[in-house]
Design a binder for this molecule. Structure first.
Ligand SMILES: [Zn+2]
Length: 261
């Protein structure tokens, strides 16, 4: 947390100096950074409580052991071992892609990247997410991934296994900004929750919403399936803040916001 060192000079003027080195947190977490009275902040989710403003800062997984900057502060990202996950994909054409599929994957990744850069102000979340599907957690955030024994990008999402057709609901109010049938993600959609907070849903058997539709928390958006590259029916759920993939399990904790303020 920020320490404010206040000293009295000539008995009149108060000088406040921030000691900026002691903010830290785990990769994939959101931390609440208390803002100074008139501090200017661009493009961040700001939540106000009892007259105090807090900026919600996402700690990137890939900056472990390093610091990120927020205004004048340095935020240290702890190193954390999330374990590993080994999966086997029998269909090798889904692992070693043809040039045609590679091109398709590239185009789709560009489309997704562009959508995730969206910073809209139609909504403002208070970070009280609910779980989008009832099921068993089958793969957690941060696991090192091996597909057919080859190392891959870490799993920066939450997998919830459920039978095909199980209802998926919006964990928070938002707007549908992208729908597609993608190589890896299958039937896929992105919800924009405003101020840099977004979430995505992969491998759906059915999508029940359309682009530009507004959804309330708890409203159905689709059904669990096994489209795209999967080993069985599940929801691959990602949550993004300022384009950083955060740990979805953190944000669904009861009274999450209170725990970080
Ligand atoms: Zn997954």
């Amino acid at each position: 947390m920020i320490k404010n060192k206040t000293s009295k000079v000539f008995g009149v003027v108060l000088i406040s100096i921030n000691i900026l080195s002691d903010l830290s947190g785990d990769p994939g977490e959101i931390i609440a950074v208390k803002l100074n009275q008139n501090e200017v902040v661009n493009s961040h989710l700001i939540i106000e409580k009892e007259g105090v403003r807090y900026a919600m800062i996402a700690l990137p997984f890939d900056k472990q052991g390093k610091s990120i900057k927020f205004n004048n502060r340095n935020i240290l990202i702890n190193e954390k071992n999330f374990g590993e996950s080994r999966i086997t994909i029998e269909n090798t054409s889904m692992v070693n892609l043809s040039s045609e599929d590679s091109l398709r994957v590239f185009k789709e990744s560009q489309l997704i990247k562009k959508a995730l850069e969206k910073y809209s102000t139609e909504f403002k979340s208070n970070l009280s997410f609910i779980i989008p599907v009832k099921g068993a957690i089958s793969s957690r955030y941060g696991k090192k991934r091996f597909i057919n024994e080859s190392p891959r990008s870490p799993h920066l999402a939450l997998d919830i296994a459920a039978t095909t057709g199980t209802e998926i609901v919006a964990p928070e109010r938002g707007k549908v900004i992208l729908i597609g049938d993608f190589f890896y993600s299958g039937n896929y959609l992105i919800l924009d929750h405003g101020h840099g907070l977004l979430s995505s849903y992969s491998h759906l058997s059915k999508i029940s919403v359309s682009v530009n539709q507004f959804v309330e928390q708890g409203e159905k958006v689709g059904e669990v399936g096994s489209t795209g590259r999967v080993t069985g029916p599940h929801l691959h759920w990602s949550v993004y803040l300022d384009n950083t993939r955060i740990n979805p399990e953190s944000i669904i904790k009861k009274n999450f916001l209170e725990t970080i303020l």
